[in-house]
Design a protein around this ligand. Structure first.
Ligand SMILES: C[S@@+](CC[C@H](N)C(=O)[O-])C[C@H]1O[C@@H](n2cnc3c(N)ncnc32)[C@H](O)[C@@H]1O
Length: 215
């Protein structure tokens, strides 16, 4: 795994600008496009302490997540007053289990995630540099059951104008990464002139995009 210290440092110093206080409105709006059933098993890679986990657990009986930072996972359960069962897996991972939620601490690439039907990827793939994204998508694909789907929230901007993370992963790259899959762009939200990334960082464009990816 490359640069885990970068993320441990972010959580330790509470520099978590990516974290949203509420459920992501894009999840609520576009999750129905995955044609979800209660029985569908869900996976949230690189989940942070996202409120989206709570929303997904209200709609599905089995929601797995994985997050590098122990601080993030402990904060998630503490902030919701959930008391999870904490199960040591090996030296590298712990499983935090509470009702529908199974959150693994440690590295996405080695966590013992069980196969799933739907993946929710928000600020996860775009958190990784280009050289890691190929391996990341391979692992996502290896975890998807037949008929599996991914709801992906990505970003498109000119990478030469700003260093990631979050990285820009434009449509062409998404189509190449998921070449064997059906990729449908559901939404593009182009930032206006007042958006901080345009007004303060001076980016020439900045757009959030939502994709449905089907096996
Ligand atoms: C940009 S944040 C997004 C978190 C969450 N998806 C959200 O929407 O709030 C990326 C997260 O990935 C975690 N992370 C980075 N590399 C990881 C890895 N190899 N395995 C597990 N988690 C990782 C970081 O600690 C960080 O919390």
């Amino acid at each position: 795994m490359k640069d885990p210290e970068f993320w441990h440092g972010k959580w330790a110093s509470n520099q978590i600008g990516f974290h949203l206080e509420d459920v992501n409105p894009l999840l609520i709006e576009f999750w129905p496009h995955t044609q979800p059933n209660y029985e569908d098993k869900v996976f949230v890679p690189l989940c942070g302490k996202s409120e989206d986990l709570v929303w997904l657990a209200s709609k599905h009986g089995d929601v797995q997540g994985v997050e590098l930072s122990n601080i993030a996972v402990r904060a998630f359960f503490a902030e919701h007053f959930y008391t999870p069962m904490v199960i040591p897996i090996n030296g590298q991972h712990e499983l935090f289990q509470f009702d529908e939620l199974s959150i693994y601490t440690g590295d996405f690439f080695t966590a013992p995630i069980k196969p799933v039907d739907v993946v929710y990827d928000r600020a996860s793939m775009i958190a990784l540099p280009a050289e890691m994204r190929v391996e990341y998508v391979h692992r996502i694909q290896s975890l998807l059951n037949p008929g599996g789907r991914v709801l992906l929230v990505s970003l498109d901007y000119d990478q030469s104008e700003m260093a990631g993370p979050p990285f820009s992963v434009p449509e062409q790259e998404i189509r190449e990464l998921y070449a064997q899959y059906k990729v449908t762009k559901l939404h593009r939200d182009e930032a206006g002139p007042d958006h901080p990334k345009i007004a303060q960082k001076g980016l020439s464009r900045f757009a959030e995009e939502v994709y449905l990816i089907e096996k």
